[in-house]
Write a protein that binds this ligand. Structure first.
Ligand code: AMP
Ligand code: MG
Length: 319
C-alpha cells in the first residue's frame, strides 16, 4: 500500500540532487536511479531495514535475491570470489550490463536478505554516469532491483518509476531514458562452467567470445533468479507474439520495415539495439491503450535473445 505520508521526491541529476540521493540512501531510504539497463530501486545493501523496504515497496517475493551495484571490480572482489572466467568477463564488460553471480567472501557485510540467504551474490558495476556518481557519493554497495512493482513491466524512465512506485519510495533521480533498455545479462559459474542465468544487455555471442565457449543454458526448472519466472514483465493487457497480421482491435507493435502499417514500432529499420532500448517504453505505452497487444517477430540473435525472452514472459499466462 502506498504510504500517503510519503511523497516521492523527483530529483535532478545536478550536484544537489546527487547529494540528496546519497543522504537519503545513507539514512536507509530508497531512491530509484537510472542505470543503462533500466531504472533501479536502490537501497544500502548493508542495511537490513533498507533491504527489507526494497522487497516491500516492490511486493517482491523474499526468495528472489537482489543485484548488488558497485563502483569497481575491486569493490566486487572485496565481497565475492570471482573465478578466472568471471574476472575476464568483468574486465571486458564492466562497467556495463553484465551481472556476475559468485560465492560470497567471509565478512562481506551485506544484509542476508540481499542474497535471499544464498551463499552466492549477484554483482554488477553499472555504466550509467548517474548511477556511477551516486555510487561514488554513497561510497558503498547498493542493492538495486528494477524500480517497478514485482512482475510488472520494467521502468526505463522516471515517469515509469513514478507510475508504479510513487508514494512507496523516498525519491527518484530523473536521468532521462535508459540506453540499453533491457535488464543485465546474469552469468553464473557451476563447477567452473559458465551458465547463462538470464539473457540481457550483453549478448550470448559476446560472452562466448570472452569465455572461449557459449555459456550453458541454466538447468531446466531450477529458479535461481526472479526474472526466470514464466510470467514476468507483464502488461495488464493480453499479448500475442510473432504476429505478422494483427486482429481487429489489437495494438500492433512492429519490428523492421515489413511492419510499416504497425501502430507502434520497436525499430522501423529492424535495429535490435534500438528495439531493446524502446521495448519497455513501447509496452508501457501500448498497455495504457487498454487493448490487446500483438508484437511482430523479432530475430533470436544478439540482443534479440533478451528481447524475445522478455516478450515471452510478458505473453505467458499469469501465475
Ligand atoms: P532484477 O534486479 O529485478 O532484474 O532481478 C535481479 C536478478 O538477479 C534476479 O534475476 C535474481 O534472481 C538474480 N540474482 C540475484 N542474486 C542471485 C544469486 N545469488 N544467484 C542467482 N541469481 C541471482
Ligand atoms: Mg525486475
Amino acid at each position: 500500500m502506498p504510504d500517503p505520508a510519503l511523497s516521492t521526491e523527483i530529483l535532478h541529476t545536478d550536484p544537489a540532487g546527487i547529494a540528496r540521493a546519497a543522504d537519503l540512501l545513507r539514512a536507509g531510504a530508497l531512491v530509484a536511479l537510472p542505470t543503462e539497463t533500466v531504472y533501479g530501486l536502490a537501497g544500502d545493501a548493508r542495511n537490513a531495514q533498507a533491504v527489507a523496504a526494497i522487497y516491500a515497496a516492490k511486493g517482491r517475493p523474499a526468495l528472489n535475491p537482489l543485484i548488488v551495484h558497485l563502483g569497481s571490480l575491486e569493490a566486487a572482489e572485496d565481497l565475492a570470489e570471482l573465478c578466472e572466467g568471471a574476472r575476464a568477463c568483468a574486465s571486458t564488460f564492466w562497467p556495463g550490463p553484465l551481472t556476475l553471480v559468485a560465492p560470497l567472501r567471509a565478512g562481506h557485510g551485506l544484509a542476508p536478505a540481499v542474497t535471499a540467504g544464498l551463499p552466492t551474490v549477484a554483482l554488477r558495476v553499472p555504466a550509467h554516469p548517474v548511477a556511477r556518481v551516486v555510487l561514488e557519493a554513497f561510497g558503498g554497495p547498493l542493492a538495486a532491483p528494477s524500480a517497478n512493482p514485482s512482475g510488472r513491466i520494467s521502468p526505463t524512465s522516471a515517469a515509469h518509476v513514478m507510475a508504479g512506485l510513487s508514494g512507496r519510495i523516498a525519491a527518484v533521480l530523473d536521468g532521462g531514458s535508459c540506453a540499453v533498455g533491457v535488464e543485465s545479462t546474469i552469468l553464473g559459474f557451476e563447477d567452473g562452467q559458465p551458465v547463462l542465468l538470464r539473457a540481457g544487455g550483453v549478448s550470448p555471442e559476446a560472452l562466448a567470445r570472452v569465455l572461449g565457449k557459449a555459456p550453458a543454458p541454466r538447468a531446466c526448472g531450477k529458479i535461481t533468479a526472479p526474472g526466470q519466472l514464466a510470467s514476468h514483465y507483464a502488461p495488464c493487457a493480453a499479448l500475442r507474439l510473432n504476429v505478422t497480421r494483427p486482429l481487429p482491435g489489437e495494438v500492433w507493435i512492429g519490428f523492421g520495415p515489413d511492419c510499416a502499417a504497425a501502430e507502434m514500432t520497436l525499430s522501423a529499420t529492424g535495429d535490435l539495439q534500438e528495439a531493446a532500448s524502446r521495448l519497455f517504453g513501447v509496452l508501457h505505452a501500448a498497455d495504457a491503450m487498454d487493448r490487446p497487444i500483438a508484437v511482430a517477430p523479432v530475430p533470436e540473435t544478439g540482443l534479440g535473445v533478451a528481447i524475445n525472452d522478455r516478450l515471452r514472459r510478458a505473453a505467458a499466462p499469469r501465475v
